[in-house]
Ligand binder design. Structure first.
Ligand SMILES: [Zn+2]
Length: 485
């Protein structure tokens, strides 16, 4: 796909030319926000185009102006949190809670679509359970006390106790148990949801990496035998690996502690990252891998082959548990077997940190000052930059609008994915700087060569840094290869 790109020297030349362009005054930049707003209402065809000046994106591009809800800017100890606050992807609401702004919501919706595809490919059925979870369910499994202060508790006007669910083993098992006539022939059931979860973290930090309110995908599986349940376990782990592969995130599956969820077998999917709060060990010799919590504190050799272990830090982005009958026995979640006898369902539960995956992806892919997205999750795939108003290239302004319309017609999957940076009071160089910071995978510029016959547009592939000049037809052919979810 990138074979046709010119050598790096060309790109460097372009970069130095962009740097040579004069920067606008800060004042002009702030005041100009309203001008394109009026333009937007002028012609009906303009209204169909997505224009950058209309985006609700409270930016804090000056680092010293960024305040995390946890305190002053000095506490912004990880890259993804700092960048997401700076470019207006999230906004602090209260400690450990953030407003998710439009770009982030688009990215999260895309992530949810990829998750749906992977979960439904293995037979997953989507449900949606209430966040308010009655205390009696949690008392039945003794987790009302075991969960301690992490459980966010509240009472309704009748004095009835609830928690805001951090996970839903109790709720889903009670739901399945309420079905009196389940047969082994109907199993397995793979039920999942993508909803907000709550955890009263003692120290929320790192933005969306460790918040008090966050999105999680949680799946609960019900099988007729331990063998079938372990087969399902393998299927879900395979779907997780496929998901991370599609996102371009190189996660490691490690053995894990069962913690407060319980059960007998558990794995974590760890994304290697300096900022990660987990430590895991990998044996390069035999492939054994485990969270350090599961090993003896002084262990330096592999329990499987005695070879040396390599230690890494990681962000836990997924967790899987084989639960057996731990929950089904409490709520009598039963089915009738081939002999007509009632049997307890064999369960598994499987979590994916949805907001965390997005932040972790940004954490490991971004540079120090520019956001980079897992390609599939980019909020907008293409940003078009028309010439500066009053510049020699201004004649190419209409061509850029025409190219916008052509792309959305000729490349149907990019409808709603193309942004026009209509802030034409700014130089191309300054708008390119912003586009670079926001990380649109493809930036298309109408510069000097847009005045040639036929017009050539500069296409920048942000994830590889490569640049190519293409005609209108060349642009649409090139973009038709872009994968959108
Ligand atoms: Zn080993």
């Amino acid at each position: 796909m990138h074979k046709c790109f010119p050598a790096r020297g060309v790109m460097e030349g372009l970069l130095s030319r962009c740097r040579a362009l004069p920067a606008p005054t800060t004042c002009g930049r702030q005041l100009s926000g309203y001008v394109p707003h009026r333009f937007y209402h002028r012609g009906p065809e303009r209204g169909k185009r997505l224009v950058l000046s209309r985006m609700f994106q409270p930016q804090n591009l000056r680092e010293d102006q960024v305040l995390s809800p946890e305190g002053r800017s000095g506490d912004l100890s990880c890259k993804s949190q700092r960048l997401m606050l700076q470019v207006g992807l999230i906004h602090p609401a209260s400690p450990g809670c953030y407003h998710l702004l439009p770009y982030t919501v688009r990215a999260i919706e895309k992530l949810e679509r990829v998750i749906d595809q992977e979960m439904q490919a293995i037979g997953g059925q989507k449900v949606n359970m209430p966040s308010l979870s009655p205390a009696e369910l949690w008392r039945a499994t003794k987790r009302w006390d075991l969960m301690g202060k992490e459980l966010l508790r509240l009472r309704d006007r009748h004095g009835k106790e609830y928690c805001l669910g951090p996970t839903h083993e109790e709720a889903i098992t009670a739901l399945v148990a309420s079905q009196q006539t389940l047969s082994y022939k109907q199993l397995p059931f793979l039920l999942y949801q993508v909803t907000r979860k709550f955890r009263d973290e003692p120290r929320p930090r790192f933005g969306l990496l460790r918040g008090r309110e966050f999105y999680m995908k949680d799946m609960y599986t019900f099988d007729s035998s331990p063998e079938a349940a372990l087969e399902t376990y393998g299927l879900v782990c395979g779907a997780y690996s496929s998901l991370f592969h599609r996102l371009g995130l190189q996660c490691v599956r490690v053995q894990a502690d069962v913690g407060s969820i319980g059960g007998t077998t558990s794995h974590e999917f760890q994304l290697p990252a300096e900022v990660g709060e987990d430590r895991f060990a990998v044996c390069p010799g035999c492939g054994f891998s485990a969270n350090m919590e599961t090993l003896h504190s002084s262990q330096t050799s592999c329990p499987a082959c005695r070879g040396p272990l390599t230690e890494s830090r990681g962000i836990e982005v997924g967790h899987t548990f084989y639960l057996g009958t731990k929950y089904s026995s409490v709520f009598s979640a039963q089915f009738t077997n081939a002999h007509g006898k009632p049997c307890l369902a064999e369960m598994g539960c499987y979590g994916l940190g949805v907001t965390r995956i997005l932040a972790a992806g940004i954490e490991v892919l971004s540079t120090e000052d520019s956001v980079r997205w897992p390609s599939l999750l980019a909020p907008y795939h293409v940003c078009l930059i028309p010439p500066k108003k009053g510049s020699r290239e201004e004649a190419a302004t209409e061509l850029t609008g025409g190219l916008y319309d052509l792309i959305t017609e000729a490349v149907p999957q990019l409808r709603g994915e193309v942004l026009l940076d209509d802030r034409t009071h700014l130089t191309i160089g300054n708008r390119l700087k912003d586009a670079n910071k926001f990380g649109y995978p493809f930036v298309i510029i109408a510069g000097k060569r847009a005045l040639e016959d036929p017009a050539h547009f500069e296409v920048r592939c942000q994830n590889t840094g490569e640049v190519v000049f293409l005609t209108r037809e060349g642009v649409t052919e090139f973009l038709s290869q872009v994968q959108v979810v």
